[in-house]
Ligand binder design. Structure first.
Ligand SMILES: CC(=O)N[C@H]1[C@@H](OP(=O)(O)OP(=O)(O)OC[C@H]2O[C@@H](n3ccc(=O)[nH]c3=O)[C@H](O)[C@@H]2O)O[C@H](CO)[C@@H](O)[C@@H]1O
Ligand SMILES: C=C(OP(=O)(O)O)C(=O)O
Length: 424
């Protein structure tokens, strides 16, 4: 485990380039095992989740190499094998191996996934989709065993009871080589889903409707990669830098952004009075002062992302009055609050209404705190940059799960920040 040590008080300036989207990448890597050829991804973020997924691939005799944002995966010698549960538990998206293994072998055996501790994260909708496609799903202790009958995976009509990114992608991964026609209704519409579908369609899959709430899939026999798939920019990483730059920047340009993926977030920054310069693929955040308080409610895409409610919180501390946040996706995603309060932040959580109330805070001071999960860590990192003195964030691996080359990027923006391995 790493600690992140931040000497606060250096205002940020300069340019930062956003990496490929974590939530695309962690689905694309499992999706790669559906291919009958080697595959190549570009703009792959240098994050812990990618390294852990490569460990899982290795256990199936799938070779991979990763350097300078290019990830090569060769699934042509894949074998069925027990998957390493430590790596599986290190991230949420290991659940995509369920759909991908079903598509490849017609069966999957995998332990329950890990990922961020942000309240209950059931996978009943994933299971419901597999069952609709003719699978039998059995829990054996911590293992989930999914099998298909003699007929193999069958195309099906799937209606998701809740809008779920994971269940939508998992159903697509299973359906892409199933026999016949699958329709997923009440599907999630996140840009990362479109990215995964673009990759699959370029290999010969027949998927229509990604980005809408009805996705139709005609199963195909084989998938073959003929080009490099370039991963879309990470809108959550971009939102984190936007918040950081508005809260404590003196002019920061955020490059490799698709502004349309951040519309709900940008709307809130504008409501606060921040004058953004939005270009085709970059956003400039000028030094900003005098912020209006706002109300935030997280929603499925294109609503305000739950993954950005914590990163926007340090910025809300600078607003002139009380701001409120209601996270309708993960109401218990509140691990950052007590840590930020240790730094002097005025934030409270009203259990009854599920509302986080963020009040104006004149000054933050460095403290020893812990990153309970990735976005809690991101908000604490921003607060550390704004604070007087030194902040030490324990469990910084949670930040490294999803923030590409974070130390280099912050240092480039003139922050004073380092990682120290706990064992040293
Ligand atoms: C790897 C990845 O892409 N992670 C993202 C993905 O997580 P993940 O795919 O796990 O999140 P979902 O979209 O599935 O969850 C949305 C909501 O549906 C509920 N639900 C989900 C599945 C299910 O079977 N049953 C059920 O009740 C969840 O508890 C949650 O309240 O979307 C979340 C919501 O945008 C983001 O915070 C995560 O960053
Ligand atoms: C919740 C998140 O990640 P995961 O689903 O991978 O745990 C996140 O990226 O904010």
């Amino acid at each position: 485990m790493n600690k992140m040590i931040i000497k606060g008080g250096h205002r940020l300036s300069g340019n930062v380039t956003i990496g490929g989207a974590k939530n695309s990448t962690v689905a694309l890597i499992p999706a790669a095992i559906l291919a009958d050829t080697p595959v190549q991804f570009d703009m792959v973020p240098n994050i812990l989740d990618v390294h852990n997924l490569m460990v899982i691939l290795e256990s199936m005799n799938v070779s991979s190499d990763f350097a300078d944002g290019i990830l090569n995966i060769d699934p042509t010698k894949i074998i069925e094998s027990a998957l390493p549960s430590k790596a599986i538990k290190s991230l949420r998206a290991s659940y995509y191996f369920m759909g991908a293994l079903l598509g490849r072998f017609g069966r999957a055996e995998i332990s329950f996934p890990g990922g961020d501790n942000i309240g209950p994260r059931p996978i009943d909708q994933h299971i419901k989709a597999f069952e609709a496609m003719g699978c039998k799903v059995v829990n054996k202790g911590d293992q989930i065993v999914i099998t298909t009958g003699e007929k193999g995976l069958q195309g099906a009509q799937i209606f998701l009871d809740v809008v779920s990114v994971g269940a939508t992608i998992n159903a697509i991964l299973a359906a892409v080589k199933a026999k016949g026609h699958t329709v997923i209704r009440n599907a999630a519409k996140e840009p990362e889903i479109i990215d995964v579908v673009t990759f699959l369609n370029n290999m010969g899959a027949k998927i229509r409707g990604a980005g809408t709430d009805v996705i139709r899939i005609e199963g195909v026999e084989s998938l073959r990669a003929t080009n490099t798939h370039i991963i879309i920019p990470d809108r959550i990483e971009a939102g984190t830098y936007l918040s950081m730059a508005a809260a404590y920047g003196e002019g920061v340009k955020i490059q490799n952004v698709i502004p349309e993926h951040l519309e709900s977030f940008i709307a809130k920054l504008k409501e606060m009075g921040i004058k953004l310069e939005i270009n085709e693929d970059s956003i400039y955040v000028p030094k900003s002062v005098d912020f209006k308080n706002i109300e935030v409610k997280t929603m499925p895409y294109p609503g305000f992302a739950t993954d950005l409610q914590q990163p926007i919180t340090p910025l809300l501390l600078r607003a002139n009055g009380d701001s409120t946040i209601i996270d309708t996706i993960y109401p218990k995603r509140t691990k950052h609050i007590q840590e930020l309060c240790k730094m002097g932040a005025k934030i409270r959580y009203d259990e009854e209404s599920g509302t986080i109330i963020v009040s104006h805070t004149d000054k933050l001071v460095g403290a020893k705190i812990t990153a309970g999960e990735i976005r809690a860590g991101a908000s604490e990192m921003i607060a550390g940059l704004m604070a007087e003195g030194t902040t030490v964030i324990d469990n910084a691996d949670n930040i490294l799960r999803g923030y590409d080359n974070i130390i280099d990027k912050l240092t480039n923006l003139h922050a004073e920040v380092e990682l120290v391995n706990d064992e040293n």
